[in-house]
Ligand binder design. Structure first.
Ligand code: ADP
Ligand code: MG
Length: 165
């Protein structure tokens, strides 16, 4: 995928309440404005990369890009599971991410257990891949230390500059 690594940030909004947290795998949702700016070659499926909440530490993440059932599957959604245990929810905070690689396409599962074990193996794959030097270096990218971590600064113009260099 030509567009990777792909940098973006946006305010964390409420998702569909599908109970990801109850499964032990909460997923922070981006607003439509962030999803709409995804390049066309970024397909649906599972990605891995780095993420940071507000000005916090940079952690490994897995992200699912899929079709949003609330909009009759006509709009994509981006849901990030940060591989870190947070003390509190962070709705309303700015989530900054860089997607660096693709794991697999979306698929449906016969059971909840099968879904959970697939996600856990995605997480293990992400952890291993991100330790490779070419991906590890993105953890310290200036993107994560830049000052524009307010929701209003998370604009298209900024995204296009970040991803255009
Ligand atoms: P929703 O349907 O609102 O997205 P989830 O059950 O998926 O609900 O929970 C997502 C929320 O959980 C995030 O918006 C965030 O505030 C919180 N959260 C806590 N820990 C994490 C984590 N490690 N990764 C992602 N979100 C987390
Ligand atoms: Mg969610």
């Amino acid at each position: 995928m030509k567009s990777l690594p792909y940098f973006c940030r946006g305010e964390v909004v409420r998702g569909f309440g599908r109970g990801s947290k109850e499964l032990g795998i909460p997923t922070a949702n981006f607003p439509d404005s962030v999803v709409e700016h995804l390049p066309a070659d970024v397909n649906t499926g599972i990605y891995y990369g780095w993420a940071c909440v507000g000005h916090g530490d940079v952690h490994k993440m897995v992200m699912s890009i899929g079709w949003n059932p609330y909009y009759k599957n006509s709009k994509k959604s981006m849901e990030t599971h940060v591989i870190h245990t947070f003390k509190e929810d962070f709705y309303g905070e700015v989530l900054s991410v860089v997607m660096v690689g693709y794991i697999r396409p979306e698929r449906s599962f016969d059971s909840l257990d099968a879904l959970i074990s697939a996600i856990n193996s995605d997480i293990e794959e992400a952890k291993l891949k991100l330790d490779q030097p070419e991906f590890l270096k993105l953890k310290t990218d200036n993107f994560f230390s830049s000052s524009s971590h307010s929701p209003s600064a998370a604009t298209t113009a900024e995204n296009s500059i970040i991803n255009g260099h």
